[in-house]
Design a protein around this ligand. Sequence first.
Ligand code: PMP
Length: 420
Amino acid sequence: DASPAPDVFETLESEVRSYCRGWPTVFDRAHGSYLYDEQGRAYLDFFAGAGSLNYGHNNPVLKSALLDYLGRDGITHGLDMSTAAKRAFLQAFQDAILRPRQLPYKVMFPGPTGTNAVEAALKLARKVKGRETVVSFTNAFHGMTLGALAVTGNAFKRAGAGVPLVHSTPLPYDGYLDDATPDFAWFERLLTDKGSGLDHPAAVIVETVQGEGGINVARPEWLRGLGELCRRHDMLLIVDDVQMGCGRTGAFFSFEESGVVPDIVTVSKSISGYGLPMALCLFTPELDAWEPGEHNGTFRGNNPAFVTATAALDAYWTDDQLEKQTLLRGEQVSQELATIRAEHPDEVQGIRGRGLVWGLPFHDTQRAARVAARAFQLGLLVETSGPDSEVIKLLPPLTVTPDELDEGLRTLSRAVRETA
Ligand code: PMP
């Protein structure tokens, strides 16, 4: 058995009171799919910086691009100025991502984080449409500042800040109701019934797979239905691809499989590929209603992040190798999770996921926490998600090897067995 990890909760708590990611150790180094703590213990990382390290820790290609850039005194600030690093990124993003997919988006740098991208998307939609309401879904997660929080379905996160939901009623996510209930019938009714109390929304914001909400996967047909509904009722469709973008579901954008072309897309987390803060707000050209300086700030384009982002696009997105590999690895995960479920049919609700994002939901909400804690002791990092944190969430780097996946899944299986 692995020895119990050192307990450093107390120290960490006194330093950062609001921080809840309490793995009881101090991490020090990381490489590929592994993190190492100060005692030198290795942890297989199936969390990947909350999805910000799709290419693994200290990816050698990205690292060498960054070291080279710093070595020649490249600009390190994040101001919204024209820089060579920014131009190189924009060119690479056009060439590797937008043009091959015939996506016409303009690219905006809304600030360092995913939340910043969501704020910009909400502001832009409201400005363009001249309306205030934005509709989001039950269990949605879009960020922690006031605007993004107002479209986040987690009541606990909103409560402390006194932020109401922007929409007047939570909308059912794909699969939330029974199969016999038409998905958008009551949404359409809310929109057309003058007495519903719902003001004509400017936009609908959706995750194609809810990450924090518990790995809830929207079917392509459902997304297409949502896209059509938005068109019929003159609402913009915002896809929040902060967690599911950059290849997490296989394709670069998680909506590609559905054929839906959102009006606005938010991207962050793994776009820099190196854990450096970076975010994009993409929108169709006719939506470009910003006046110069209307949405500016100090950190609007992190130059070192541009460098690693460009290296990642060159290394992983000029062909479809990574996409194919992600889908293959995803198969491996889903098969092993199906085995775990078959061994614990009364405890595991089912398995859900796409690409390399998977969820193992438990009926007993305490169980997922116990599994994650045991997995940590056995050298595997997994987080929980879902409204009651009842889902074990698997988010390994896309560069994970089959052997590493196998090791992690065996550890997970053991953690489930040992917490029965
Ligand atoms: N949107 C989604 C879908 C997310 O998963 C997250 C982060 N978990 C955010 C927005 C917020 O991003 P950040 O934490 O970088 O502000």
